[in-house]
Design a binder for this molecule. Structure first.
Ligand code: SAM
Length: 422
């Protein structure tokens, strides 16, 4: 890919994210990328708020809606000038030429003028030094004494973490494979969890195609820990929001003889889950596309354990998904609270007396976490909160919160509830 094409691809990625509210994962999968086009896309989103200030200040009039790709291109240029080691002349030249790639050669003059202006200005300390939208900034400040450290952590690059598939190999043997391939790693809290020194494409990982390993954040790998001591062979377990299957497969790898039922509402995500299951060699579960706010999919045989990894804001995963900072509105998060409560309430009905339910989010916002669980246990007479304690993170009133300030975990929340025996 030519240098100008890399800038144009990044501008197109941003156009899809900013204009069409696509996710960064969607945008990156949509067209061929180079490592620079990805880096430019992530970089712009991480520093979006201050880059917009700079570009808006240097632009004499805004672009038409159909030219949002050019606005993305200017952000790509501003990011290179202020936040990378790319020499200014190369950054400006290639970004201006990228207007051709976007089939808008008429815009070369304005792109050139704006980027030259920016290159002559010292980068002033931004009002948006934490690069978070106002609503999220104020929620984090209300909810966390360490809000600034959290926002700082959200703007850092996420590490690449691996889960060794213990059905196919041992952690020791896999570590030996990494060493032979000269890939640096660190161990983490669980024997199967590894953190790479430098992220790399999965096709460079030994045995990836053969299913020896999966990519999974360490926080996500801690998710099944609260249930671990209670799982026994032969028990019926439901994973109610299962796709693409990270926690489900970890469960199947770590515990023998479970009778696992998985459901998810999204057909395309269930197809992804099935593809990953085939790579990892997992066949000991059933999966169906079904709505967990309903009971029509259920055979009325109670589950001993239920895992409810609800859809949420993803506010714990901003390092991996900086698009969320830019596109998510509080009103959207708020409207999902009702669904989270409904999922918890409905799935409770499928749990046996004496059984446990693990409620899980990848959010650091109290409303989606203790807010949902607290409202539920206050009205549900047969629900008891069981304490959760993990090797990192902090206790909350009803559960446990992992925070991205611990470098190897995204922000996750877990609450474990037990149903009284009848
Ligand atoms: C946080 S993701 C689950 C991630 C998954 N547990 C893992 O570890 O890979 C939430 C999932 O909930 C699913 N979902 C949303 N609403 C649902 C519903 N009403 N019933 C079942 N699944 C639902 C989404 O399709 C999405 O796959």
């Amino acid at each position: 890919m030519t240098p100008r094409a890399e800038r144009a691809v990044a501008a197109r990625n941003l156009n899809a994210i900013l204009g069409k509210k696509r996710t960064i994962d969607w945008a990156l999968a949509r067209r061929a990328q180079s490592s620079l086009s990805k880096e430019l896309t992530y970089g712009v989103l991480r520093h979006y708020f201050s880059l917009c200030d700079q570009v808006d200040d240097a632009l004499s009039k805004s672009f038409r809606k159909q030219d949002l790709d050019l606005y993305g291109l200017l952000l790509v240029g501003a990011y290179q000038l202020g936040r990378t080691r790319i020499p200014a002349h190369a950054a400006i030249y290639e970004t201006v030429e990228a207007a051709h790639e976007l089939r808008k050669p008429w815009a070369k003059g304005v792109v050139n003028a704006v980027l030259r202006k920016l290159s002559e200005r010292p980068i002033s300390p931004s009002e948006h030094s934490f690069e978070h939208p106002e609503w999220l900034n104020s929620k984090l400040r209300d909810q966390y004494a360490e809000a600034e450290a959290l926002m700082d952590a959200n703007n850092r690059r996420a590490p690449m973490c691996l889960r060794v598939n213990t059905r196919r190999t041992t952690p020791r043997d896999y570590q030996a494979l990494l060493e032979r391939a000269d890939i640096g790693y660190r161990k983490s809290w669980l024997p199967e969890s590894l953190v790479l020194e430098t992220p790399r494409p999965t096709d460079e990982l030994p045995g990836f195609a053969e299913g020896l390993v999966a990519v999974q954040d360490i926080g996500a790998q801690l998710a099944i820990q609260p249930l671990a001591a209670r799982l026994e062979p032969g028990q019926r377990v439901l994973d109610a929001c299962a796709a693409p299957g990270g926690k489900l497969f970890h469960l199947l790898e770590a515990h023998d003889g479970l009778n696992v039922v998985a459901i998810d509402r999204a057909t395309d995500r269930v197809q992804d889950l099935q593809r990953i299951a085939a790579r990892l060699g997992h066949r000991n579960f059933t999966i169906q596309v079904a709505d967990a706010t309903q009971l029509s999919w259920w055979d009325a045989i109670g589950f001993d354990h239920v895992l409810v990894d609800v859809p949420c804001s993803g506010s714990g995963t901003l390092r991996r998904h900086p698009d969320i900072k830019v596109t998510r509105r509080w009103t959207e998060v708020e409207s999902q609270l009702e669904l989270q409560g409904r999922l918890l309430g409905n799935l409770w009905l499928t749990l046996c007396g004496g059984g446990t339910l693990l409620y899980c989010t990848c959010s650091i916002l109290a409303e989606e976490n203790d807010g949902i669980v607290g409202a539920f246990v206050e009205t549900q007479a047969d629900a008891r909160v069981i304490d959760v304690k993990l090797p990192t993170g902090q206790a909350t009133r009803f559960g446990w919160q992992l925070l991205p300030t611990e470098r190897t975990t995204d922000g996750f929340y877990f609450a474990l509830l037990q149903k009284d025996e009848k």
